[in-house]
Design a protein around this ligand. Structure first.
Ligand SMILES: Nc1nc2c(ncn2[C@@H]2O[C@H](COP(=O)(O)OP(=O)(O)OP(=O)(O)O)[C@@H](O)[C@H]2O)c(=O)[nH]1
Ligand SMILES: [Mg+2]
Length: 199
């Protein structure tokens, strides 16, 4: 259960992230997929992370301390089409350096809009995580935008594509920040990892 969630700091590079040992869980995905909104939903605080209907809202690495025990990290989105090439490159470097060098990083949640077919940028990003040995799970967001049947159909199709390249499929979750769907599952999953790793 999340009892307290506190914004700690925004950083523009992994070298500036908090010098603390607590484990962290990062949320990544295309711009506008709903990373910041989901974090607010998990933490029961709509004002914690800045969200917007326009893509390109989160531009820094944001650390939120949860229950004084672990961190949630909100990251900028990738693949923000209307950003300049320089801006996209800068964000890409920020994200990659964080993923590669942040030792506290315990799991990455890759957010995918449940309405979309597999997109090259996401598939390649997960491939990159795999190549670099970074553990990740998938979160299908905005489940309220589809019927249950359509959601299931899309997820099955997505996982079928994943199966072509992955021997073992990553765990996945289905969420809706507006309805709170999947919230408890994601938190329980994180808490279980924390528990298993401290035993
Ligand atoms: N219907 C619905 N809308 C959502 C959901 N999650 C996010 N949104 C909307 O999607 C838009 C983008 O949300 P953000 O949380 O700012 O997205 P982000 O991934 O953090 O975007 P960047 O920071 O720009 O990378 C906002 O208008 C949200 O209200 C959801 O579960 N359901
Ligand atoms: Mg954001």
């Amino acid at each position: 259960m999340i009892k307290t969630a506190k914004f700690i700091v925004s950083s523009s590079d992994v070298s500036q992230c908090p010098a603390t040992a607590e484990r962290e869980y990062a949320f990544i995905g295309r711009s506008n997929v709903g990373k910041s909104t989901l974090i607010n939903c998990l933490c029961n605080n709509q004002k914690l992370a800045k969200a917007s209907s326009k893509p390109g809202k989160t531009l820094l690495i944001n650390h939120f301390l949860i229950n004084n025990e672990w961190y949630i990290v909100d990251l900028p989105g990738y693949g923000y089409a209307t950003a300049s090439k320089t801006q996209r490159e800068r964000l890409r470097t920020m994200i990659e350096r964080y993923m590669l060098y942040r030792e506290q990083l315990t799991n990455v949640f890759v957010l995918i809009d449940i309405r979309h077919e597999p997109q090259k940028i996401d598939v390649e990003f997960m491939q990159w995580l795999g190549e670099n040995g970074i553990p990740f799970s998938i979160i299908f967001t905005k489940a309220d935008k589809l019927s249950r049947t359509a959601a299931k159909r899309n997820i099955d199709a997505y996982m079928n594509v994943m199966e072509e390249t992955w021997e073992e499929l990553p765990p996945y979750f289905i969420t809706s920040a507006t309805e709170g769907t999947g919230k408890d599952e994601v938190i329980e999953y994180i808490e279980k990892i924390n528990k298993d790793l401290t035993e």
